[in-house]
Design a protein around this ligand. Structure first.
Ligand code: ADP
Ligand code: MG
Length: 244
């Protein structure tokens, strides 16, 4: 594997009595695309959220590009800005235009001058195919367009790694591919990505590795081809039997 960008070592997390992440050891190489898959409630979202400290964890360590995740303050804000996150619900700011949604982070967090932030935002909106909607508000766009804006907004921060938590599961079927296409392009351009998805087509096209999570544990890891055609563990077989 290439030099690891994200390293999780023995990460454990509880919600009260629920042991939601159990001894998670996971390395994600620079430029690698990893699919995180597993039953509902297995801890996929929690794992993503611990990577950028939207969630705390009690034991273990997480480093990004060799740096330990700080607990709080400016150091945390800086490091979090290195980790882009795209959620199932697009989470755009409803009362800001598409352009403002994309420039807000760079202006506020990265201290990029407004004109420069806007130029870059327009390039990114162009890349995800929604530049002509820049002056509109989120509610005026389709779900697929909003999700592409959410991706552009993350990219505007120049993240080192992008986390996608079921980015297409709230979309109407005809909009899924327009979002996946943007993600495939990103993957091919070398972005490091962790993607929670059941979209096998995307996994096969863009990912190097599937990580199967069940009950807060990594049960199995394999290439997409291997995982989907020849799962090893009973849990993975059972899970694939239900989604295929
Ligand atoms: P997944 O994304 O794989 O569906 P999650 O990471 O969302 O799983 O959740 C893992 C487990 O943690 C589930 O049992 C869920 O109910 C529980 N959980 C998630 N968030 C919280 C929370 N904020 N407080 C308490 N329990 C939670
Ligand atoms: Mg989830």
């Amino acid at each position: 594997m290439s030099e690891p960008l994200v390293v999780m070592k023995d990460v454990n997390k509880h919600y009260g009595d629920l042991h939601v992440l159990k001894d998670i050891n996971l390395e994600i190489g620079k430029g690698e695309v990893v699919i995180l898959i597993g039953p509902s409630g297995s801890g996929k979202s929690t794992l993503c959220r611990t990577i950028n400290r939207l969630e705390t964890f009690e034991a273990g360590s997480i480093t990004i590009d060799g740096k330990e995740l700080p607990q709080e303050g400016k150091a945390l804000a800086d490091l979090r800005a290195d980790v882009g996150m795209v959620f199932q619900s697009f989470n755009l700011f409803a009362h800001k235009t598409i352009l403002e949604n994309v420039t807000l982070g760079p202006i506020k967090v990265r201290k990029t001058p407004k004109a420069q932030a806007e130029k870059r935002a327009m390039e990114l909106l162009e890349r995800v195919g929604v530049a002509h909607q820049a002056a509109k508000y989120p509610a005026q766009l389709s779900g697929g367009q909003q999700q592409r804006v959410a991706i552009a907004r993350s990219l505007a921060m120049d993240p080192k790694v992008m986390l996608f938590d079921e980015p297409t599961s709230a979309l109407d079927p005809e909009m899924i591919n327009e979002v996946l296409d943007v993600m495939v392009t990103l993957a091919k351009e070398g972005m490091t990505m962790v993607v929670v998805t059941h979209e096998m087509g995307f996994a096969r096209k863009a990912a190097q590795r599937v990580v199967f999570l069940a009950d807060g544990q990594i049960v199995e890891q394999a290439t997409p081809e291997e995982f989907f055609t020849n799962p090893k563990s009973d849990r993975a077989k059972d899970f694939l039997g239900k989604i295929l």
